[in-house]
Design a protein around this ligand. Structure first.
Ligand SMILES: [Zn+2]
Length: 62
């Protein structure tokens, strides 16, 4: 479970975070922001973020 805040209905809560379902479970809006730290994110989601917005100042090597 991951904490989130919805930008549409302004509700906070928890939901099962996965890479294909980001929408608010209460109102269905995609405008949700996760409230969890990056260390708590699933590895595949972290990789998706890194690929979407690459930064060179912090690299993780396998
Ligand atoms: Zn909502």
């Amino acid at each position: 479970m991951a904490r989130f805040r919805c930008g549409t209905c302004s509700r906070e809560g928890e939901f099962a975070y996965d890479s294909q379902h980001h929408e608010c479970p209460r109102c269905g809006s995609p405008d949700v922001m996760s409230a969890l730290g990056i260390d708590e994110l699933p590895e595949e989601f972290v990789q998706m973020l890194l690929q979407a917005d690459p930064l060179d100042d912090e690299k993780n090597e396998d």
